[in-house]
Design a protein around this ligand. Structure first.
Ligand code: ADP
Ligand code: CIR
Length: 347
């Protein structure tokens, strides 16, 4: 029989935030608690307990997880976002406030720009705690709201179930679709009943896409080739407000938009460019000095936990909570301007 409620041990070189903050006394205080949706501490920490290379290692099953397990979640949130218990989140989705003329008109550095937000339905638990039936209802409600979009946002919903392997492979390779089998999500209970209830909506040009029932119930995405960051942000903000006419999203005055992973709380926004920086890539000290100054994260070009290929990096905002959406994109934009300047110096 599986042993339950035993304080997990982490290797000494484990750097995840869950290993840092899950002290024995916190574990003892929280181990018997359960949210109204039946979400427990054991479920919340499963991803970090099964994946010692996690950066964070916890997921929430519902809004209540963030309060019931606050003595674990709060220090993790404070550490990742530099956001304190009494701070309030602010939202600003007015694209007019962004100062971002294309930093690479010749198209020499920026391959593509993508901005996404995570959103979850107010009336359901989050992905780690939903039932198959709830997930399927979300899919129905999401696809019906999306199918009512018109103009440049008009598109079609494609369920994962029944999608040919060839098409899904191509969509993943072209950076449009999420990957299957992520071990961090698997351990968090986010891959249960795969592929049922999952899918992707996109317009003809694939500049506006929505992932359904991956890590969050919706990932609303605007993307295109090149570096016109403002155009990408403008399209995203219009799409969000259209979808919000049909669906009520989970929002909290303290934590902003509620997401299953605490790194996405607040704006739930990741604004990124795929950018060619081979010289900075060979000078990581300088590279990281700039990314730290502008609160940016470096990822590989096949998404989270992937490697850079051919000197192309995924550069995105790291801050998402306690800063507005405009500020998230501005962080990325200002940092990218500086990165291009430094890359030119090194050429
Ligand atoms: P998320 O952005 O939702 O946190 P990932 O980091 O896994 O998740 O990225 C999802 C997909 O989006 C990956 O295929 C990744 O390559 C792609 N992607 C991210 N940023 C860009 C970009 N600026 N241009 C093109 N594709 C991108
Ligand atoms: C982890 O803990 O590494 C995964 N659960 C993903 C966390 C979010 N991603 C990130 O901050 N880069």
């Amino acid at each position: 029989m599986k042993e339950q409620n035993i304080y997990p041990s982490f290797p000494v070189d484990c750097k995840s935030l869950v290993s840092k903050y899950l002290k024995k006394e916190i574990f003892e205080e929280l181990k018997e608690l359960k949210t109204k949706n039946g979400f427990t501490l054991e479920k919340a920490i499963a991803s970090g307990v099964q994946n010692f290379d996690s950066g964070i290692g916890v997921y929430a099953g519902d809004l209540e997880s963030y309060t019931i397990f606050a003595s674990l979640f709060d220090p993790i949130i404070e550490d990742y976002h530099q956001f304190k218990k009494d701070d309030k989140h602010k939202s600003n989705l007015n694209a007019e406030d962004l100062k971002a003329s294309n930093p690479d008109i010749e198209g020499k550095y920026i391959v593509s720009t993508r901005i996404r937000v995570g959103r979850n339905f107010a009336k359901y638990p989050l992905g780690p705690a939903i039932s198959k039936e709830q997930r399927e209802n979300i899919e129905k409600e999401a696809s019906s709201a999306l199918n009512s979009l018109d103009g440049k946002l008009r598109g079609k919903y494609y369920p994962l179930e029944g999608m040919s392997e060839e098409i899904s492979k191509q969509l993943i390779q072209d950076h449009f679709l999420f990957k299957a089998g992520d071990r961090f999500l698997e351990a968090a209970g986010l891959n249960r009943n795969w592929p049922s209830g999952r899918g992707i909506y996109h317009n003809e040009e694939k500049t506006f896409l929505v992932w359904v029932n991956e890590e969050d119930q919706l990932r609303i995405i605007s993307m295109q080739s090149g570096g016109d960051i403002k155009e990408v942000f403008t399209r995203l903000t219009k799409a969000i407000s259209k979808i919000e006419e049909k669906v009520e999203f989970l929002y909290d005055n303290h934590l902003g938009y509620i997401t299953s992973c605490p790194t996405n709380l607040g704006t739930a926004m990741r604004a990124s460019v795929h950018i060619k920086l081979p010289n900075l890539g060979a000078n990581m000290k300088k590279f990281e000095e700039i990314t730290q100054k502008y609160h940016l994260q470096i990822r590989g070009i096949d998404g989270e936990h992937s490697q850079s290929i051919g000197g192309v990096y995924d550069i995105s905002n790291k801050r998402r909570l306690g800063v507005t959406e405009v500020q998230c994109v501005q962080d990325m934009y200002d940092g990218v301007v500086e990165l291009i300047k430094e890359e030119k110096k090194l050429e």
